[in-house]
Write a protein that binds this ligand. Structure first.
Ligand code: SAH
Length: 393
């Protein structure tokens, strides 16, 4: 028998609207036995069934909902959900690499599946999802028929769930250094040692948004990882790009990417703390027509928000000072704790301190294969503001 979890009132109303998490302090009572990771049934105050999900009492997010119907969570359940997720990607993504499953946004909390050509990279980030890993791998093999399924379960968040960090092929075998195509560019993806699943697919459409802004430009790509924004800038007409990252292995791939596309003589790579680079460039009087900033998440939790705001403000302020009058700033934040409104405020406040006037040209989010589930606001995480930066007259 599944345990029955009776929720407090405030959790119930959010869940009825479509939110997928129950926090540990929103549980009124648990009837029946369960082990961490088990499927449980959720009931409101009137003892009406409202959903079914998995329970990990170790986590602050105690329950994540999988269905609102009285249906078994089995191979068939996962097959239906994965087929729907894949059908959607086939409609909105042009190309052979994309995110196939985006966790809550595909009603599969804790599951990430990225497709890099013939290889799938999977993450089961919660104990509840980990239990179904083999079933999910079977379904993915059947539906997408990949050459291999690589498990990148070395993310730190797994520790919160009491899970070990592991990586390796779950199904099949293939190269782990892959070449994909994005917006006409050749890009190397290291699914074994790259960051997250190996590559940031969520920025694909934002990289394309450089088109029309970088003709003949001198561009600075800060937090460049494997230099994907930088390569796009060259492809869209930039004269020269300087790309900065603190990771030597990311820059090694960046160098190979530049070569692969025949751009080596126009890309300069710098291995340095980006805060130092921006400070140094300001001192040296360096100027650029376009600056791209795509830092890692500075706000991993609500607690680190204050420090994160200062960090975002500092790098944006420094970037603005390097931009020639009328040039462009493409600035990103991937922390869902920084709302779009807050991000715009940070940029605006940085611009007044930098003594610049900004025009907002476009405000973008993550690519279409990372959709936002409106009743679950945490699925909206990426902000990408494109601003024209003007000197005060
Ligand atoms: N723009 C990239 C993704 C950037 S992810 C793309 O389009 O693919 C963030 C990057 O910031 C990572 O590559 C990480 O190595 C780098 N990073 C983190 N802290 C840094 C710091 N203090 N200085 C420079 N780079 C840093």
């Amino acid at each position: 028998m599944r345990a029955k979890v009776i929720l407090k009132e405030k959790a119930t109303s959010k869940i009825i609207k479509g939110f997928l998490w129950v926090y540990s302090n929103e549980i009124e009572k648990v009837d029946g036995d369960f082990s961490p990771g088990d499927i449980v049934d959720l009931y409101d105050q009137n003892r009406s069934f409202i959903g079914r999900g998995y329970f990990n009492p170790l986590s602050k997010i105690a329950i994540r909902i999988l269905t609102r119907r009285d249906e078994e969570i089995n191979r068939n359940f996962f097959k239906n959900a994965i087929v729907k997720a894949w059908e959607y990607r086939k409609r909105v993504v042009n190309g052979s690499s994309c995110r196939v499953v985006f966790s809550e946004a595909d009603f599969l909390p804790g599951l990430i599946v990225d497709k890099f050509g013939e290889v799938l990279v999977i993450q089961t980030l919660t104990l509840g999802m980990e239990r179904f890993k083999e079933t999910i791998a079977d379904v993915l093999s059947e539906v997408l028929q990949p050459m291999g399924i690589y498990e990148r379960n070395d993310a730190t968040v797994r520790e919160v769930e009491g899970l070990p960090k592991i990586k390796g092929f779950l199904r099949g075998k293939a190269q782990t250094l892959l070449e994909i195509e994005e917006n006409g560019l050749r890009i190397l993806v290291d699914v074994e040692n790259g960051q997250k699943t190996g590559y940031f697919l969520d920025q694909r459409e934002n990289r394309k948004a450089l088109e029309g802004l970088v003709d003949e430009a001198e561009v600075l790509d800060v937090f460049c990882y494997t230099a994907s924004f930088a390569l796009h800038a060259i492809r869209f007409g930039a004269k020269r790009v300087v790309a900065v990252d603190s990771s030597a292995s990311a820059l090694e791939l960046a160098k190979n990417n530049a070569e692969l596309n025949g751009f080596s003589n126009r890309v300069e790579l710098i291995e340095e703390n980006a805060f130092d680079t921006l400070r140094r460039f300001q001192k040296e009087g360096r100027k650029f027509d376009v600056v791209i900033i795509d830092p890692p998440s500075f706000a991993k939790s609500q607690k680190s928000l204050e420090g994160a705001i200062r960090g975002y403000k500092e790098i944006n302020l420094r970037a603005m000072k390097l931009i020639r009058d009328g040039g462009f700033l493409i600035t990103c934040s991937c922390s869902h704790h920084i709302t779009p409104e807050l991000f715009k405020e940070i940029i605006s406040s940085a611009s007044s301190d930098a003594n610049r006037i900004l025009k907002l040209i476009e405000f973008r989010h993550q690519a279409k294969d990372h959709p936002v589930l409106l009743p679950h606001p945490e699925t909206l995480y990426l902000k990408c503001g494109i601003y024209q930066v003007l000197k005060k007259p």
